[in-house]
Ligand binder design. Sequence first.
Ligand SMILES: C[S@@+](CC[C@H](N)C(=O)[O-])C[C@H]1O[C@@H](n2cnc3c(N)ncnc32)[C@H](O)[C@@H]1O
Length: 308
Amino acid sequence: MTSNTDAKTNPEPDAERDERVQQRDPQAAIDAQSEHRRAELDERIFEHSAGDQQEGVPFVGAGPGDPRLLTVAGKELLEAADLVVHAGSLVNSELLDAYCAQADLVNSVGKDLEELIPLMRDAYEDGETVVRLHSGDPAIYGAALEQMDALEHEGVPTYFVPGVTSAFAASATLRTQLTLNEVANHVAITRPQGKTLTEDEDHISEFVGMGDVTTCIYLGTHAVRDTMGRLLEDGHDPETPVAVVYHASWPDEDVIVGTIETIADQVEDAGYRASALVLIGDAVTGAGYERSFLYGDWANRGSERTSD
Ligand SMILES: C[S@@+](CC[C@H](N)C(=O)[O-])C[C@H]1O[C@@H](n2cnc3c(N)ncnc32)[C@H](O)[C@@H]1O
């Protein structure tokens, strides 16, 4: 590394500086890591499984809010951390108080990759134990991989530690299953059109139209009226059940149950604009399902059967 004195007496040539800056550009790092991925599989895939503690910076899922819904692996990593970079208001401060008392805490909200990557890299290179804490599960609308790629590109290994995603907390609160025999055979995890998705990329109407899908909408609390309006325009049954679970598993959790026709008014009356999960489909009520084939004669017939 060049010291300040060296830099003054021996200035870095422009081309070298440009190349170094470009190497550290997050998009260049993402592109380079994608190239690696296309060329060969990362051998760590075959060496570790999801719960293993590994070398590097873990990207930990904090779960939906209740500190008790953090995994044991996540808790152990947080308790050992010197630096925790967390997802701000989506991570319950009770969880930070309970498990990160020894660590320096940095809220990632409002910080871009150019700030976050050097922060985590420098701490890691200084020998600190660094944890990146995402809400829910980092694999769902977490923008984790771009941080991991940027760190890996700079020689800092990273790995995922899964968490309970908010759709699972919401279904537990609603005392239902997202898949339910004869009611919902599929689950769609999705988000509505807006800054990130164009109108054409919004598939909520298609999922609802399939009939046997439970549609779980993340990042869509502010857009409930628009979303329901589009569903009505597209001719979906206005009586289709919809639940909005605000802050699932937090002390101020709130549940609103209505239909495609009613839910927008209900959510607006409650005043929620963020931090809720919107679930659409008959599985929301848990009504009308048939017994499964899991128990009894069907499951026992022919122990030679090995398929699900
Ligand atoms: C950036 S996404 C992160 C999702 C997170 N990775 C997960 O797996 O739950 C944020 C969105 O997740 C949903 N969300 C997160 N925590 C929630 C909770 N406790 N209850 C309801 N929805 C939640 C909301 O829709 C929010 O807009």
